[in-house]
Design a protein around this ligand. Sequence first.
Ligand code: BDP
Length: 604
Amino acid sequence: MLYPISTESRIVMDLSGVWRFMIDHEEQELDLNQPLPTQELMAVPASFNDQAVLAEIRQHNGYVWYETDFTVAKALHDQRLVLRFGSATHEAWVYVNGKFVVHHKGGFTPFEAEINDHLVSGSNRLTVRISNLLDYSTLPVGNYRETTDENGKLVRKVDENFDFFNYAGLHRPVKIYSTPKSYIEDIVIIPDVDLVNSEADVQVKVKTAGAFDEVKVTIVDEQGQAVATASGADVQLKINDVNLWQPLAAYLYTAKVEGYQNGALVDVYEEPFGVRKIEVTGGKFLLNGESFYFKGFGKHEDTYIRGRGLDEAYNVHDIKLMKKMGANSLRTSHYPYSEEMMRLCDREGIVVIDETPAVGLFSNFNFDISILEKGGDIEDDTWVKMNTTEAHEQVIKELIARDKNHACVVMWSIANEPASFAKGSYEYFAPLFALARELDPQNRPCTFVNIMMALPKADKCTELVDVIALNRYYGWYVQLGDLKTAENKTRQELLEWQTMYPEKPIMYTEYGADTVAGFHSVYGEPFSEEYQEDYYRMNSKVFDEIPNFIGEQLWNFADFQTKFGIVRVQGNKKGIFTRAREPKMVVRYLSERWNSIPHQGYKN
Ligand code: BDP
């Protein structure tokens, strides 16, 4: 799916701004021919939860309404007009002038619809109904229940089966873009680089709709010079003396695609891409033929007031902080991030593990690893209870359709911390890994993120992955305050993985300790800034001993909001930055460490 951009043949209108907003009390049916009966206002894009200063809105579980007005310039009336949502969390029904135009389920991927037939000249009304409900058929997974209040009125309740606040609303830009009636629908770019001769064959496949008698593809370099050109909807172009997309030294080419009719240019689209090679072999992760060491973060799209809404200033700032620390990578934990962030990572050379919103695939979450140390059959009914296959297939399709051309994406993460030790997990995941591998034109490696209880002997799904990605909390959820034992456990487990799967590289995708900024302890007690630093030092020491250990992505970049919980005071405090992006003490230690570890060629 193409990102909406303006070109010589296309115009983008951004509908961001202040919209009307209303909670749906499900009492009477709304007359969609009338404007929403509300005085409440809500900024878009942003979560609705934290804006209004009303508990009723912040904690609402159910349906809400958004509405705005827009006018399309007369000059565009003969163009194809597409209404596009960067995301709507988690389910949306869209109406233009009271008429239904599109429905989409899944809160983190874009969707769109042609709206020409629904438009009137002058002012148009765009109304969106959104649900933030989650259950055992959605991703992420929520524990859903219905009760009634003292007046017999239905009360819906979602208890998040995951550790982040269930922010919802119109989180990403809502746009209308124009194309000519005949238009470029999709572009697939598959670079194949010959590292020895510094040249690349780039296959470009163009999908068009309508009447074109010629499609022309030109590859343009960063200086704006055309370096290769070809005619056809499926072409191979050669780039000599190719500039590689390298971690933190990104080089982006642009594929300029033009569609002609009777010699006249009809539609143009420009897709950025990078040339780089990814290989997983002999326990290493190779980027452009050299072993790559992941240094970086799991994070969240999470800021004050905006909640999970797009904030490009935060995105730019976060990446600058990462680069300053010597980091080179992030995982889009625990859902696809905005397209704006993905384009920024392309530009900044940030290496991305791109994750689906499959989190909470666990019917009985706890950190009791003793159940697994006992061995034998594990009592867990996750794969009987969950009904997420359809949503999972859909989001893999939508994520790969959206992100397939991004240079920054080096691996897909199919899920975070599923019950991969439980009966039925392999049968659930095998077809999903097969689907991702079949759909990705660039054949990127695939993984899922393994939960602490799924120790080497217990896990049933590791066979499916290219890279073993582990979330581990020795020294926090287990062996709290006992870093000596935690160190031994860490070492013992990593060596066990390495022995069992000598060909598969191993990395940490989470490890961390809740730390209250400003809390200090001469004893280095848990929650203190000293403990956080000791915890990271202990882990670093073990990582450096394990040859196949190829990366450390800590948890979390910044403190973030969660649901209430007795171990969550104002959210999760595992950030190495506060929610306001102020550094905790450990940032100095990690900056020194990461700035001294090369991005490539470490542990060769
Ligand atoms: C892991 C989850 C992550 C949590 C983290 C934690 O993947 O979402 O926030 O633990 O407990 O289980 O901090």
